[in-house]
Write a protein that binds this ligand. Structure first.
Ligand code: NAD
Length: 380
């Protein structure tokens, strides 16, 4: 079968595998740690959509993160960047791990990822936190708190403290080390993400909560002012503002009060990880990072999980759900996306669980077995 071939990974960049047709061009970046395992799972599912349901796409694979450092000394080789530029969408596993933690900061795996987001102008990060009902018991919160949960967290992705200059660690005047990062937001960076927040809220329940720390941080005081000004253009949207510390508390206390949250790079990073536990596990959360035209990079919210890498126990569903987001948001294939989302729901309904979402009476499976169940549900 075609998809058996897809399970082979190139050891060098430039390898590419044309599957069928020329319609969609997708760059696969497995990355490090559990990245190759979860990507293998995702590819087996994509292969069914191609073989059985006529999805036309061409897959290319590239190196990024630690795998690229090992191969060519940089976390984002030029070859990967150029493949990313010419692709219609990018599917990423995860990057990083202890092996690369102590190398020069500018060459670390995460820097490659940040550069990729920045070079492709992927300023809008969508992180849905949706509870699949059969997983209500896997949440650390009581089922009645999380049942029906459906939040969209919109994180600004190419600005804020992750990119602001000056940054670095230096020796101060008295010889002690000083670490410095800069939180900076220009008006256009705030207004383009805020506008998307209003528009997305308009397609959902019509409630937008902007999260900041305007009482302490001037950059987010500007954030609040700009979001408030824009509110007059969207009278149908119920706009609220919340400080990030309160938002963290409210997400745990009564998460269903939220429809759409729009927030800065740092706050969105933290709040979306927190929201992941409401849905059962970080292994369930997909994400999309989009440019102004909707081209995007799709990846699970979690990292490379070096503690469980190579054990075939990682949950592949966040990656598989990221494929569904890719089909929906960048490739304009909503029916294929629905098909995949429904297959995930069906498999959870049948009681299959990886260890991170396991509960009494369910059937525990590994990464590849979970992927095989999704394949079976698609073929049903
Ligand atoms: P992590 O998300 O990798 O792991 C946190 C915890 O969640 C671990 O216990 C891990 O086993 C578990 N976990 C994560 N994904 C899982 C899955 N699919 N199934 C089951 N359990 C899962 O975060 P971390 O430990 O803080 O970071 C590990 C490495 O990943 C670091 O090098 C970090 O820089 C990197 N990282 C990369 C990304 C990215 O590539 N986008 C994001 C976050 C962290």
């Amino acid at each position: 079968m075609l998809w058996v071939n897809l399970l082979r990974y190139p050891t060098r960049p430039f390898d590419s595998l044309k599957i069928i047709g020329m319609t969609h061009k997708v760059l696969i970046l497995p990355g490090d740690g559990i990245g190759p395992e979860i990507m293998r799972a995702a590819e087996s599912v994509i292969a069914v959509l191609i073989d059985r349901f006529g999805l036309e796409l061409e897959l290319e694979r590239g190196l990024t993160g630690g795998a690229a450092i090992d191969d060519c000394g940089t976390p984002l080789p030029d070859s990967t960047l150029s493949m990313a530029r010419s692709a219609d969408a990018i599917l990423l596993g995860a990057v990083g791990g202890p092996k690369w933690e102590r190398i020069e900061r500018a060459l670390r795996p995460e820097r490659g990822l940040l550069r990729l987001r920045s070079e492709l102008h992927l300023f809008c990060n969508l992180r849905p936190a949706t509870l699949f009902e059969p997983l209500a018991a896997a949440s650390t919160l009581r089922p009645e708190i999380v049942s029906g949960l459906d939040i969209m967290i919109i994180r600004e992705l190419t600005g804020g403290i992750y990119f602001g200059e000056p940054r670095g660690i230096e020796i101060g005047p008295n010889g002690e080390r000083i670490g410095r990062n800069t939180l900076v937001y220009a008006e256009h960076e705030i207004s383009r993400i805020a506008r998307l927040g209003f528009e997305i809220a308009g397609k959902r329940a019509g409630r937008l909560c902007s999260v900041d720390k305007a009482n302490v941080l001037e950059a987010t005081e500007l954030w609040r002012d700009i979001v408030t000004e824009m509110g007059s253009e969207f009278p149908a949207i119920e706009l609220s503002h919340m400080y990030v510390d309160n938002a963290a508390m409210q997400l745990v206390r009564a998460p269903k009060q939220f429809d759409v949250i729009v927030t800065t790079n740092l706050f969105g990073d933290i709040l979306s990880d927190l929201a992941s536990m409401l849905t059962g596990s970080i292994g369930m959360l997909p994400s999309a990072s989009l440019d102004i035209d909707g081209k995007g990079m799709f990846e699970p919210v979690h990292g490379s999980a070096p503690d469980i890498a190579g054990q075939n126990i990682a949950n592949p569903l966040a990656t598989i759900l990221s494929v569904a987001m890719m089909l929906r948001y960048s490739l304009n294939e909503p029916e294929q996306a629905d098909r995949l989302d429904n297959a995930v729901a069906a498999v959870l309904d049948q009681g299959y669980r990886t260890s991170d979402i396991m509960s009494d009476g369910m059937k525990q499976v590994g990464t590849s077995e979970m992927a095989a169940e999704i394949v079976a549900a698609l073929n049903d």
